[in-house]
Design a protein. Structure first.
Length: 277
């Protein structure tokens, strides 16, 4: 539902899209109702767009490009930036880095990494968190989380590695059906040539070492310019490290965690076992 207070807090991108939509609509001599009919929306929805009472959805931007874009590509370009602004603010800088990463090496301890989540798992996880979010905000966050999966298909190919603490596999999210589908999805992704999935077993500490027990999760990033960074997200805050000495320490810790994890084949076997295959 459109909200009046959105008008005061609308971002620069949302305001620019609103002005462009209105200008191009008027150039075509279309009323808000007439444009809405062409797009499959109500005139009220177009009004909400043009007054910034409601940010445009990804689907609306696609429709605007096809209908009044005039080959300029402005609405197509805006899709990326509007989508970016739907992420939590603390995640936006990392989202840009992730999209352009050459390699992405993740260690997750609590839940399955967002990049590997199914629609249903992501929705149950986001909706069940705190603070409580509106249904609209939940759907926005699910939409942008799933859009991150484009990294799996990107050219040049990104190498993606996930080490998952076994506890995250056993942590119930949503329902048994959601978990079963999530295990199957994780197994499917693990079969991709540019993806490696490993599980850090619960009994790893019996061997006398558990490098992943302290400090929580982390993501190591190598950019297209071969810069190496570390990203962490404690309690919905973000920490992005570029200091070479600190990046080195976390890289060594990650390497130790990887050495203590099950191999890719053993890990896939465990995931399939949980999926009931």
């Amino acid at each position: 539902m459109a909200k009046a207070d959105n008008k005061a807090t609308a971002s620069g991108v949302t305001r620019l899209v609103a002005r462009l939509a209105r200008a191009l609509r008027e150039r075509e001599k279309l009323t808000q109702t007439a444009l809405g009919e062409k797009l499959g929306y109500t005139g009220s929805a177009i009004s909400a767009l043009e007054t910034c009472a409601q940010p445009p959805s990804d689907e609306m931007l696609v429709a605007l490009e096809q209908t009044i874009g005039g080959g300029l590509g402005v609405f197509e370009e805006a899709r990326e930036w509007v989508r970016l602004e739907k992420f939590p603010q603390h995640f936006q800088d990392f989202a840009l880095l992730e999209k352009q990463a050459l390699t992405l090496s993740m260690f997750e301890t609590q839940v399955i990494s967002g990049l590997f989540q199914t629609d249903a798992y992501a929705r149950a996880l986001i909706a069940g968190g705190f603070p409580v979010l509106s249904d609209q905000r939940v759907e926005e966050l699910v939409e942008v989380r799933l859009a991150r999966k484009a990294l799996f298909e990107r050219e040049p190919v990104a190498l993606i590695e996930l080490i998952l603490d076994e506890a995250a596999l056993h942590r119930a999210v949503g329902s048994r059906d959601i978990m079963r589908d999530q295990y199957q999805h994780l197994a499917e992704l693990a079969h991709r040539r540019n993806v490696t999935v490993q599980i850090l077993p619960l009994d790893c500490g019996f061997a006398g070492e558990q490098a992943g027990l302290r400090g929580g999760g982390m993501t190591l990033i190598e950019t297209l310019k071969h810069e190496r960074l570390v990203y962490m997200e404690p309690q919905d805050e973000s920490l992005l490290l570029s200091d070479l000495a600190k990046v080195s320490v976390y890289s060594q810790r990650y390497a130790k965690i990887r050495a203590q994890a099950l191999g890719p084949r053993e890990s896939l076997g465990l995931i399939k076992k949980l999926a009931g295959e």
